[in-house]
Design a protein around this ligand. Structure first.
Ligand code: C2E
Ligand code: MG
Ligand code: MG
Ligand code: MG
Length: 287
């Protein structure tokens, strides 16, 4: 446009951008009210141990049951929450709701651990561990039932900061996962420094394994290295029997993905577990 040609682009009022700004402001107000007013939901996706077919845990994935727009996936609002500071109350709501679930499961005499996702911003929250401890104690939940996932790229945003928080969470008895591993540009060497129990191999590698030699190689070497470091691997995005068999043969420890189950409302989880029939184990490879 004319203004841009004259080098004035920075003072030009852009109606499109103004609309986007206004939309964000509206969404921000709505998200704040959603957190306070009970429009968020915890969905659960199971994790299954390859060796036994046992349901070993679940991941809590937040949804926003929006009054006009229906059920929204995290991609629609987590970024907004991170940019507006609402990520802290959102994270605290998810943790509280997850601990409530664990408490009700314990009362019924059965439970698996549940992992919550933390955003990079949570790594700046020094009070988080104390709060988790308080909330666990208030519900009579011991350490180990609430687990934490943090993406590799969040860790790499500020490795020193992340290392400190991860150490304190781990010392507080919270099992830790590195999420989306392979997409965050950490060296495999760096893993050694991290006080984490599980590495989640990003679903993009699993999806590409059968087509791409590189992906297959990355998956294989990640599994081997993680095992050598005494940690466990979880494969994300297992969508087919073929994925299940390939990863099982490579010695991956845990599976998660649509092949086992899509994320489901928390209320449906226990019934799902009771009816779950494990996939047939992979046949031993010939070589
Ligand atoms: P993530 O933690 O890596 O979670 C895995 C995502 O992959 C989930 O998407 C899950 O529904 C999806 N998924 C699972 N199995 C399969 C599969 O077999 N195929 C495919 N194509 N996808 C699969 P979802 O629920 O939309 O969550 C997206 C991301 O949003 C999560 O990635 C996580 O980074 C973030 N997120 C979710 N809940 C929370 C939360 O409570 N707090 C924060 N900070 N982030 C969250
Ligand atoms: Mg996750
Ligand atoms: Mg992931
Ligand atoms: Mg992800």
């Amino acid at each position: 446009n004319q203004a841009k040609k004259r080098g004035l682009s920075h003072v030009v009022f852009d109606p499109g951008e103004a609309h986007a700004q206004a939309d964000r402001l509206v969404m921000m107000g709505e998200l704040r009210r959603a957190i306070e007013g009970g429009e968020l939901r915890v969905y659960l996706q199971p994790k299954v141990e390859f060796a036994t077919g046992r349901v070993s845990g679940a991941e809590a994935l937040v949804r926003w049951n929006h009054s006009r727009l229906g059920l929204l996936a995290p991609a629609m609002f987590i970024g907004l929450a991170e940019h507006t500071g609402l990520i802290r109350p959102l994270t605290e709501w998810v943790i509280g709701a997850t601990l409530d679930l664990l408490q009700s499961w314990h009362a019924r005499g059965c439970a698996v651990p549940i992992a919550v996702n933390l955003s990079a911003r949570s790594l700046h929250d020094e009070s988080l561990l104390d709060k988790i401890r308080l909330w666990q104690a208030a519900r009579g939940i011991g350490p180990g039932w609430l687990e934490v996932e943090i993406t590799e790229s969040s860790v790499m945003e500020d490795p020193e900061l992340a290392l400190g928080i991860l150490h304190s969470l781990h010392a507080g008895g919270i099992p830790l996962y590195i999420d989306d591993f392979g997409t965050g540009y950490s060296s495999l060497n760096y893993l050694q420094k991290l006080p984490v129990d599980y590495i989640k191999i990003d679903q993009s590698f699993v999806a590409n394994m059968s087509r791409s030699k590189d992906s297959a190689m990355i998956v294989r070497s990640t599994i081997d290295l993680v095992r050598d470091l005494g940690r466990k691997t979880v494969a994300e995005g297992i969508e087919t029997q073929e994925h299940w068999e390939q990863l099982s043969r490579l010695g991956c420890d845990y599976a998660q993905g649509y092949f086992i189950a899509k994320p489901m409302p928390a209320e449906a989880f226990q019934e799902w577990v009771e009816n779950f029939i494990p996939p047939v184990p992979a046949t031993e490879s010939a070589h």
